[in-house]
Design a protein around this ligand. Structure first.
Ligand code: FES
Length: 367
């Protein structure tokens, strides 16, 4: 587990302030967040402070970030001590973060840890030459290529104690090193190379138009006159052997097909039968024949006694009654339908509610 304590007082600088350039950068970061949410910039500002301070975060830098963001110091300290990406003690020129979480542990990170312990001593201490310090951390998100370490900003994966030791030698000597897998893997492909999608024809374009070639070969292999009596669909020879795209281009040139008239456009049709449209055109909103139809339908339904709930609306509708020469609902002379301002009669008591009342009465008597 990582040690997340601040460095001893003897190691702490007396003050910290962003350089003018970094102060400008910090302002730009803070401006990314809405008013009142400046605390969201705490991680970028801590990261920049660590970078400015040679790779680790002193207490004064944490306090400076808190002041810049208007946050209580303890809240910034909570962030700095939670994330292992923030080093709280001085680090070497190359700061090694060794992943010790389960996938890396299963693949050999314990051996790497033993090697580091032997070569550099306990974690959190800078080597005598000032080149290295190391820390065990939790998963760094490169589990597919376990075991791995992060050194400063870069990941080194598929490590063995030997390859990590050589890597450290090269870094210390200033020799070029390879970032990423140290076992020759590309990205996180399987060890030993890719084992799926290995057919090269998937990628070289030779599969395009392969079906056409099969038809051509079948036609060539067909004996002359073996077609029989039944007419067969003619298989046209390809326009060019270079592929379907050229064939399609030639077909479009010799036998163009017209585009659909409405293609790509909204369909606009005049709603000539709508009552509003008829009224706008100066016509009767309801056609006389529609009136007659409605009246006839009402008669027919009434005669057969089969009017359903919504049909009764048509039967008794004001339009139908007007068409019949009767007064509309609520008008004087129509006694069957109540006027709008007459309240409906209260519902009659059902047998069920009476039974409930009797039960309540008998329960009350028992008590
Ligand atoms: S477990 Fe080591 S990188 Fe995820």
């Amino acid at each position: 587990m990582a040690n997340r304590r601040l460095a001893p007082a003897s190691e702490q600088p007396e003050s910290f302030a962003f350089t003018p350039e970094n102060a400008e950068w910090a302002k730009h970061q803070i401006a990314k967040y809405p008013e009142g949410r400046q605390a969201s910039a705490v991680i970028p500002l801590l990261w920049k402070a660590q970078e400015q301070n040679g790779g680790w975060l002193p207490q004064k830098a944490i306090e400076a970030v808190a002041a810049e963001l208007g946050m209580p110091k303890i809240r910034v300290l909570e962030v700095a001590t939670f994330y292992t990406m923030f080093a709280l003690e001085p680090v070497g020129r190359f700061w090694i973060q060794l992943c010790g979480t389960v996938p890396c542990d299963s693949c050999g990170s314990r051996e790497l840890k033993a090697m580091l312990q032997k070569r550099l001593g306990p974690p959190g201490h800078v080597s005598a030459d000032g080149n290295f310090s190391w820390l065990e951390v939790e998963c760094l998100g490169a589990c597919c290529n376990a075991p791995m370490v992060q050194i400063n900003q870069d990941y080194y994966e598929d490590l063995t104690p030997e390859s990590l030791s050589k890597l450290m030698d090269d870094l210390a000597a200033g020799r070029p090193v390879k970032i990423g897998s140290q076992a020759g893997r590309i990205s996180s492909e399987p060890k030993g190379g890719a084992n799926t999608l290995t057919d090269e024809t998937l990628f070289d374009g030779s599969r395009v138009g392969a079906w056409r070639k099969r038809f051509e070969q079948a036609k060539e292999a067909e004996p002359a006159g073996a077609a029989g009596d039944a007419p067969k669909t003619e298989i046209k020879a390809p326009v060019a052997k270079t592929g379907e795209a050229e064939s399609a281009t030639q077909q479009a040139a010799t036998a163009p097909r017209p585009a659909k008239p409405d293609a790509g456009r909204p369909v606009e049709r005049k709603a000539s039968d709508a009552p509003a449209q008829r009224a706008a055109d100066g016509e009767e909103p309801v056609k006389p024949e529609d009136r007659a139809d409605a009246a006839e339908r009402g008669h027919s339904l009434a005669k057969h006694g089969g009017a359903r709930l919504h049909d009764s609306d048509a039967l008794d509708s004001p339009a139908a009654r007007v068409a019949e020469g009767e007064p509309a609902a609520g008008e004087e002379g129509n006694q069957e339908l109540p006027g709008r301002d007459i309240p409906p009669p209260p519902p009659e008591a059902s047998g069920a509610s009476e039974a409930v009342e009797e039960k309540l009465d008998s329960d009350a008597k028992k008590k």
